[in-house]
Design a protein around this ligand. Structure first.
Ligand SMILES: Nc1ncnc2c1ncn2[C@@H]1O[C@H](COP(=O)(O)OP(=O)(O)OP(=O)(O)O)[C@@H](O)[C@H]1O
Ligand SMILES: [Mg+2]
Length: 146
C-alpha cells in the first residue's frame, strides 16, 4: 500500500484539457509502478424522456455516441499501455459527474484527475458542470487541470 496516491482515476472526454489531465496522471503514475491508473469515459446518450413527449429516440444516434466513447478510449488504451503500471480504460453510460464519482468510490480511487472545462464551448465559467459536480461530491481529492 502506497502512502501517497495509489489509485488514480482520470475523467476523459477527449477534450484538450482531458488530454492534459491524462498526461498529468501518467506523469504521476511514472513516479511509482505500484500506482494504478483508470481512465473513465462516460457516454451520455439522450434518453426517451429528454427527447420529448413521444418517447421516440434515435437508436442510430445512441449507437453513434456509444461508438464515439469507445473510439476515444481505444486511443487512450494504446497510450496508457506504455506504462509499466496496472492500467484500465472503461466506458460508462449515463450522467458523467455521477458516474465518475461512483466509479471512484467503487474502485477506492484516492485521486481524480480531470480538466476544468471539457468539450462544451462556454468559457465564462471557470468550471464546467461535470468538474463542478465531481469537486463537490467526490470523497477523495480532485486534481483540476487548467
Ligand atoms: N463524459 C465525460 N466522461 C469523462 N470525463 C468527462 C466527461 N465530461 C467531462 N469530463 C471531464 O470533466 C472535465 C470538465 O468538463 P465539463 O463537462 O465539466 O466542462 P464543459 O464540457 O466545458 O461544460 P459542460 O459540460 O458543463 O457544458 C473534462 O476536461 C473531463 O476531464
Ligand atoms: Mg462537458
Amino acid at each position: 500500500m502506497l502512502t501517497f496516491y495509489s489509485r488514480i482515476l482520470v475523467a476523459y472526454d477527449g477534450s484538450d484539457l482531458s488530454k492534459k489531465a491524462l498526461d498529468m496522471a501518467m506523469a504521476l503514475a511514472k513516479q511509482d509502478e505500484r500506482i494504478e491508473l483508470t481512465v473513465v469515459a462516460v457516454s451520455n446518450p439522450p434518453t426517451a424522456t429528454s427527447m420529448g413527449s413521444y418517447g421516440i429516440y434515435n437508436q442510430e444516434l445512441i449507437n453513434e455516441i456509444r461508438e464515439n466513447a469507445e473510439k476515444i478510449l481505444s486511443e487512450v488504451k494504446e497510450k496508457i499501455a506504455e506504462l509499466p503500471n496496472k492500467t484500465a480504460a472503461v466506458v460508462l453510460e449515463g450522467n458523467p459527474g455521477r458516474l465518475i464519482v461512483d466509479h471512484a468510490n467503487q474502485t477506492s480511487c484516492d485521486l481524480i484527475v480531470m480538466g476544468s472545462r471539457g468539450l462544451s464551448g462556454i468559457k465564462e465559467m471557470f468550471l464546467g458542470s461535470t468538474s463542478h459536480f465531481v469537486v463537490q461530491k467526490a470523497n477523495c481529492p480532485v486534481f483540476i487541470v487548467k
